[in-house]
Design a protein. Structure first.
Length: 176
């Protein structure tokens, strides 16, 4: 992990893209470095404010941050706006995940399925869909998509890959 921290810090220092700041924050968080994680999240929010002041509207990374680390209702609002501006696979997945985190699993599933139908073998997309299906009680589908996420990339996220493994283990046991 020290190499990953170094590489992310270098990338974020050279080109502080919102996604790099979010991913570096999550890497710190996964290692228990809550102060450093918080600093990356604050930088992400500051960068978003600067971009907005300059007329740049891109709520994807901030919406992703809000879904997992902030207020899911804010994430839904940000990502619905982003979805109206650009209907990309990344926004479909992020909005679906934010809806799930906000308790709106039925609507979330449609967006997760739309992201998956592109054929892009993206572990995060499969993880999100699996968790949404798990929340809806769709155990077989959830198992399939969580396992697929880990097959695509067993280390797709320092926070979510361990959660995918735990969810898959929980689904292996029969429901009570």
């Amino acid at each position: 992990m020290p190499g990953a921290l170094r590489d992310y810090a270098t990338a974020a220092g050279r080109v502080p893209l919102p996604q790099y700041l979010l991913e570096l924050g999550e890497l710190h968080e996964s290692l228990g470095n809550t102060g450093q994680a918080g600093e990356q999240y604050r930088l992400l929010a500051a960068e978003h404010r600067l971009a907005a002041a300059a007329g740049v509207v891109d709520d994807l990374a901030l919406g992703e941050y809000q879904a997992d680390h902030g207020d899911p209702a804010v994430a839904v609002r940000l990502l619905r706006g982003e979805w109206e501006r650009r209907r990309s696979v990344l926004v479909a997945d992020a909005l679906g995940w934010a809806l799930h985190r906000n308790g709106e699993d039925r609507e979330a599933l449609g967006l997760a399925e739309q992201a998956r139908r592109t054929g892009w073998p993206n572990a995060r997309f499969r993880y999100h869909q699996g968790e949404i299906e798990r929340a809806l009680g769709l155990r077989d589908a959830a198992r399939e998509h969580l396992a697929e996420a880990l097959r695509i990339d067993p280390h797709f996220s320092p926070l979510h890959a361990p959660r995918a493994r735990a969810a898959l283990d929980a689904l292996a046991d029969p429901p009570r």
